[in-house]
Design a protein around this ligand. Structure first.
Ligand code: T4K
Length: 404
């Protein structure tokens, strides 16, 4: 690397990468098989409403997880809404603020109050020690989020939910293919909700699923995702349209066939980041527990400004200018987004770990679109920036002065 900052794109140089390296680049399965399935769908002229590909997809997911019921959905957000309603959540529900805003919206959308809970600094998932103090007579449930392919402290949450007679559900959007104490995610709490969005480990374009071992809950979810129809012309429930379509199921089935390859690539990338990042002062890679099954889908860095000499946001700006589109999953926390920010202006007082972590984390590009060579170059840029942190800070100040 050159010793002057001038070659960094933000200070006038050309970007290191000519093509954009995105977080969330979809993993694409075998195209021929996908097009065969699309042709089959078109020949059959059955595009949605419980078609054969959706049934096959549901069965394959249920078998893989070892769960009794898998109900495919058009996306995880609707899946969460339906699961929450079917489980009878109302009043207040305890949920982490460190999540994608869909988790909170799925509650608020049906006028259930999300009560934001802080996270454990080690697991970065909802802190069971903080949950109990948020329980009030209006509390009906707890929603844990298995963040960045890492399960919550499920044992502790189950103990609280049982003792306090609360429902327990999990937003498992990030955790398909992961296990907790050797048991696959999808088997815990009253129900768990998976996402098969384009950016996820397994993708169906858009899609999701509610998975549960509870027969009655599964039946309600099935009715609710189809307007409440129990039979032709017979509606027995309030419902919505949460159905997955056949094209998405075809994409999901095709992705499923490449699952092992995708895990292998994600793991290779993870190990590559691990060896590169440990040489960079002030930056830590969030490690996975390799004794569990994992999809290795989220590469998360924790940047400590006091050691690195540059802030997470300065590092992100530089990487973006180099065409490395990192993301701050999840900044600033749901409690600082509307409408929650206005509803609960003091929520942050109880969320010190969330507030701190959301300033430091950076999700990095991975998946089948990223090579070890790319990761080496990304690390080189980061290393260079930190080695020249004083000049970088000065550079940002002068950019600000010019802009002002
Ligand atoms: N719970 C949790 C914990 C979640 O993380 C999510 C979704 C949900 C619930 C709800 O699940 P779904 O209802 O979506 O099934 C993206 C995704 O849209 C969202 O699904 C995901 N979490 C979230 C973490 O990431 P944004 O707002 O960051 O999306 P966007 O458009 O900025 O794209 C993200 C990155 O992916 C970019 O770098 C571009 C890249 N990308 C995206 C798409 C769609 C591609 O390269 N190709 C693509 O086709 O939310």
């Amino acid at each position: 690397m050159k010793t002057s900052l001038d070659h960094l794109a933000i200070f006038g140089g050309a970007p290191e990468f000519t093509e954009l390296l995105h977080v969330g680049r979809p993993n694409i399965g075998n195209r021929e098989k996908l097009f065969d399935r699309f042709n089959d769908i078109l020949d059959r002229r059955w595009l949605t409403n419980h078609g054969p590909y959706v049934s096959e997809f549901e069965q394959r997911i249920a078998d893989l997880i070892g769960v009794k019921h898998c109900i495919a959905m058009c996306n995880a957000t609707i899946g969460l809404e339906i699961a929450f309603r079917a489980a009878g959540l109302k009043g207040e529900v305890i949920v982490p603020s460190m999540t994608f805003v869909a988790t909170a919206h799925a509650l608020q959308w049906q006028e259930i109050t999300p009560v934001f809970c802080d996270i454990d600094p080690d697991t970065c998932t909802i802190d069971p020690n903080r949950v109990e103090e948020l329980i009030t007579p209006r509390t009906t449930g707890i929603v844990g989020v298995h963040l960045w392919s890492r399960p919550c402290d499920i044992d502790a949450l189950e103990e609280i939910a049982e003792r306090r007679n609360l429902k327990l559900l999990f937003d498992a959007a990030h955790a398909f293919g992961c296990s907790f104490h050797g048991k696959m995610i999808g088997n815990f709490g009253d129900a768990e909700v998976l996402s098969f969005h384009a950016t996820k480990f397994l993708n169906s374009g858009e899609g999701g699923a509610v998975v549960t071992n509870d027969d009655e809950l599964a039946n309600k979810v099935r009715l609710m995702k189809n307007f409440g129809f129990e039979d032709i012309d017979k509606v027995v429930y309030i419902g919505t349209n949460g159905k997955m379509n056949e094209l998405s199921a075809a994409m999901g089935l095709t992705s499923l066939e490449s699952l092992e390859e995708i895990i292998a690539v994600n793991y290779r990338n993870y190990k590559c980041y691990e060896s590169e990042i440990k040489r960079i002062p002030g930056v830590e890679l969030k490690l996975f527990n390799e004794s569990e099954k994992c999809n290795y889908q989220y590469i998360i860095l924790d940047l400590d400004e006091t050691i690195a000499g540059v802030s997470r946001d300065q590092m992100m700006d530089i990487l973006w200018a180099e065409n490395v589109l990192t993301r701050r999953y999840f900044y600033p926390g749901c409690h600082l987004m509307e409408p929650y920010r206005s509803y609960f202006p003091h929520a942050g007082l109880l969320l010190p770990v969330t507030n701190d972590l959301s300033q430091r984390i950076l999700a990095m590009p991975t998946g089948t679109a990223i090579s070890p060579g790319d990761i080496g170059k990304i690390a080189q840029i980061m290393h260079f920036v930190i080695a020249h942190s004083a000049e970088v800070r000065e550079g940002f100040k002068s950019i600000q002065r010019t802009a002002g």
